[in-house]
Design a protein around this ligand. Structure first.
Ligand code: GDP
Length: 597
């Protein structure tokens, strides 16, 4: 094997110092094979030797490539594209507090809460209140986000209420929201989506202000809502807690101004700052194509100032900013931090949550966009691109398998954190369903409930009492104890994976006849051959015989299977006149256990 390769390298390989494998972040097995001048199958075997099962399209990381390239006397070089070098705009997480040019910026707010508690009404009210305040034109069109002025300063609202959009953005790595307004209807109280919203805001580390809505309704009691919320460790300021809870009527407008002012004031409390003197950087909120205008992208400038004439890159698209409009449809020349604006000029539709940057020259913008486009194509070709957003979109479309859980924790902080994280494990096929959650020891009633609902009991830093332990033994209820959140998540993932229906995979091994005999001498060119599997014999492209593999030999020994790349002897039931050039496909239906990741 090695001597053959050696002979080849002498002829074709350049001088040692030039023998470099270029890796663009990752590289597929087949591409690596090409660059090294070796057969992909040889590479796959090499990888197997290193304990790694790889397929042709599998992407290998830099570390793996370095190892393999070394074996072949090549040097691996990371030539991944340094797009940030071509783009202006700050690194996203950079601290601006130390920046002397940083100034206070408006908070960006997402409204969440249970369905029908008044999120949309509140957003509408805020939008129209701003028209009344004398802004020219008013906010007439929906553009995904808008900015309102209050006596305490400006506030930006993302116009997609609810936590689905919030989480979808977060799944794309976009932490856009500074503050969550949790709407709770005073006539309904804390409902499931209220609790979910709290969990989502917590998981994102975003502070929350409560708007107790519908106080115009007769007989409602805002104090009762405050009481209910304390169960979630949200304690109103007037009771010595830290959460602002403001009674409002989204319908009539009572308290809405107060809410807006409270939000504006938070910019200072949270020390929200940005430097308007930098080149612009931000996030795409939404984008659409309009006749005669081309791509209209609503972007939120987070840092710096965007100007007409700038070159910008968003997702895999670039363009020169032709026009900027604010939420009143007014044309602007520039737009500073915490400002949602519509931008004309991008060459294609970016996705909500994509970051946008400005580039120094058109050439740079074009290069970055072209690189990103090829990345997207590459990811699509290897079929491994599933974004969090896609998953969210698929969620709830089918009846999902459920892993029932009863979750007990020592303190409610951990309980909430766990609840939020466990909910996020859901895929379109399987979810962890929390039948019951609570703080304190695992009791007999927890065990009874677990037995009744086929649940696994999870104790986070808490144990069953002695009666519960006995009851669990008797009823065959599983109790799992943990003290690290990630361990809980890993275990629940495993439980969930067990619910997935196994996938049926057709394994095919294709090989050609080399010698003729009663047993066909073959070399396995793809996959592997198993005795007892079904073989399909093809001659000149058409099916000749289909039958069971009755004999499988390595040299003189009978074997159960022969792996890729090896020579073997095969006899297929009913296949008598083997000829050189025949091709046998091995068809084996195999159950593969899948896991969620
Ligand atoms: P969303 O599902 O949270 O967006 O809720 P909506 O904004 O669609 O409101 C649901 C229903 O509650 C609608 O019929 C609204 O008119 C009503 N509603 C919203 N806010 C108030 C309020 O402050 N007072 C009263 N009485 N009804 C309200």
């Amino acid at each position: 094997m090695s001597s053959r390769r050696g002979a080849k390298t002498q002829l074709t390989t350049p001088a040692a110092h030039k023998r470099v494998v270029k890796v663009n972040g990752t590289i597929s097995v087949s591409e690596l094979g090409k660059q090294l001048g070796v057969k992909a199958n040889d590479l796959i075997r090499q990888l197997m030797g290193m304990g790694m099962m790889a397929t042709l399209n599998q992407q290998l990381d830099m570390d793996t490539v370095t190892l393999i390239a070394g074996e072949f006397d090549y040097e691996a070089r990371d030539v991944s594209f340094d797009e940030l070098a071509m783009l202006s705009g700050p690194a996203e997480q950079k601290l601006v507090e130390e920046d002397p040019d940083a100034v206070l910026r408006a908070p960006v707010v997402t409204i969440m809460g249970h369905v029908d508690h008044g999120k949309t009404t509140l957003l509408d009210r805020i939008r129209s209140a701003n028209v009344a305040s004398g802004e020219a034109g008013g906010i007439t069109q929906h553009m995904g986000a808008y900015r309102v002025e209050t006596s305490q300063g400006p506030v930006v609202f993302l116009d997609t209420p609810g936590h689905a959009a919030f989480t979808a953005m977060r799944a794309r790595g976009a932490s856009v929201t500074d503050l969550v307004v949790l709407v709770v209807a005073a006539d309904d109280g804390v409902m499931p989506q209220t609790a979910e919203s709290i969990a989502h805001a917590r998981a994102a580390g975003v502070p929350l202000i409560v708007a107790i809505n519908k106080i115009d309704k007769p007989g409602v009691d805002p104090e009762r809502i405050k009481q209910e919320l304390t169960k979630f460790e949200l304690v109103p300021e007037e009771w010595g807690g830290e959460t602002m809870m403001l009674p409002v009527s989204a319908l009539r407008g009572d308290g809405v101004d107060g809410l807006l002012e409270a939000l504006a004031l938070q910019a200072e409390v949270l020390e929200l700052k940005a430097n308007p003197k930098k080149d612009a950087f931000g996030r795409v909120v939404e984008a659409r194509v309009e006749k005669g205008r081309g791509t209209v992208a609503t972007v939120l400038v987070q840092e710096g100032t965007l100007s007409v004439g700038d070159y910008m890159v968003a997702g895999e698209f670039y363009g020169r900013v032709r026009a900027i409009m604010d939420s009143h449809g007014k044309r602007l020349k520039t737009s500073g931090p915490s400002t949602p604006v519509e931008v004309l000029g991008l060459g294609g539709l970016p996705t909500a949550g994509d970051a946008f940057y400005t580039a120094k020259t058109e050439k740079d913008a074009k290069k970055v966009a072209a690189h990103r486009e090829s990345e997207v194509k590459r990811a699509a070709a290897t079929g491994r691109q599933t974004s969090g957003v896609d998953l969210l979109a698929q969620m709830g479309q089918k009846e999902r398998e459920k892993q029932n859980l009863i979750l007990k924790a020592d303190v409610s902080g951990s309980l909430e954190a766990l609840k939020g994280s466990l909910e996020q494990l859901a895929t379109d096929e399987v979810e962890a369903r929390l039948v019951h959650t609570g703080v304190g020891v695992i009791s007999v009633s927890d065990i009874d409930l677990a037995a009744a609902s086929d649940s696994v009991v999870i104790g986070f830093n808490c144990d069953p009492d002695s009666k519960a332990k006995r009851a669990a033994d008797q009823a065959g209820v599983t109790i799992l104890k943990f003290s690290v959140i990630y361990d809980v998540l890993d275990t629940v993932k495993e439980l969930m994976s067990g619910l997935l229906t196994p996938e049926t995979v057709e394994v095919r091994a294709v090989f050609h006849i080399q010698k003729v005999g009663t047993v066909a001498g073959c070399i396995v060119t793809d996959g592997k051959v198993l005795r007892g599997a079904i073989g399909r014999v093809y001659r000149n492209g058409s099916l000749l015989v289909e039958g069971k593999i009755t004999t499988l030999k390595r040299f003189k020994d009978d074997v159960r299977e022969v792996a890729n790349g090896y020579e073997c002897g095969v006899a297929v039931d009913g296949y008598k006149d083997a000829q050189e050039g025949d091709r046998i496909e091995i068809v084996e239906l195999k159950l593969v256990k899948r896991t969620i990741d």
